[in-house]
Ligand binder design. Sequence first.
Ligand code: EPZ
Length: 419
Amino acid sequence: MSIWRIHGGKSLYGDIKIQGAKNAVLPIMAATIITGCETELINCPQLSDVEAAMSILRHLGCIAQRDGDTVYINSHGMCRTDIPHELMREMRSSVIFLGAILARTHEAKMSYPGGCELGPRPIDLHLEALRSLGADIYDSGGCLHCSDRGLHGTRINLSFPSVGATENAMLAACAAEGETVITNAAREPEILDLQEFLRKLGVSIHGAGTPTITIDGFKPRSVVGHRVMTDRIASATALCCTASSKGCVTLKGVVPAHFETVTDALEYMGCDIERGRNSLKITAEKPLRAPKPIVTRPYPDFPTDAQPLLMAACLKAEGTTVFTENIFENRYRHVVELKRLGADISVVGRVAMVTGVQKLVGAQVSSADLRGGAALVTAALGAQGETVVYDAGHISRGYEGLSEMLISLGADVSVTSED
Ligand code: EPZ
């Protein structure tokens, strides 16, 4: 258990470099097993989810080593096709390895990924896509058994632009005979980064970032180098921390277009935003007003992962902010904790109404999930007195050095760990 002690009221000032993207590097790490190649991943964030992915790679027989922000993977020695429950449990999104294992070995076995803090997290779209490529998949005792006698190109129409299902389909299609077209594909920037990596691997693939992705050939290369894109949600988190605490912060090495729905909302609230080619400066000195209604939808609309973070930044904004969470069924678990700080929030179904209050007062709170935990830290920065956030490892799954980053900007934060 990590215990964060935050004394709010300190404005944040300075420049920060944003980490590599968790949700880009995880599917790319899975992709490294498609051929027995050697991969060097640069700008790889130091996160427990990345460590979990490295453990899966080693279990499969691959070499996975870290040297600073570079991770070296050699999948030549892959000799297993199963992911045991204890490794699946460490990272719910381990299911993104399914398509890659199938593409390499034509068989895969993994425990059925259970639900998690955000809701049931089904994988029916993943399985439908893999079956249409020719995989036989059955569930026996909570375990998925997959095999194929050769994958064949096909047309995959996703009923929902699921990020994970799009990635699994892309990875399995690399080994399919003939052309595969994925329609209604997810358009997130992380999908583009995966396409970039697959092209370096020798895959003929195009369309990522649009609703239609085509994979039509593969001339495997044996050595690949790739720089992971910057994390757009970590960028949004830094911006919301600044809005909550006041101050002036410049984000370096970012792509402003990747999180413009968040910056648009913060600008409407009264923050000054200066966009550079690969930097962005936020100045939050004035009292804030509530943004227009926030509705989470697949990219390029407002990202569900930023909903808890912007909510934390809205708690003292004048007026009422209406949030509608369309992606996950259970993504308001941070609300009850924010109310302990004095926030005025009411939730009915998928809608959360946040009415700005004059002040927030520090309290003891607990994080229930990754972005909800970051939202508690964000709100604590703008609260009077000390807030203690009890976090059972959620925050470190997705943020590299969040406390160090905040301290470098002037926040009064300390983190200790207790068993
Ligand atoms: C990815 O999760 C991200 N995780 C999530 O980030 C992110 O919130 C989500 O995409 C949406 O952008 C990673 O990339 C590792 P989905 P994923 O499949 O792939 C339903 C974070 O905080 N669905 O797009 O699991 C599902 O239940 C995490 O960094 C099905 O019904 O998201 C959900 O309601 C949280 N059947 C919706 O689609 C399926 O087969 C979106 O899920 C798959 C998904």
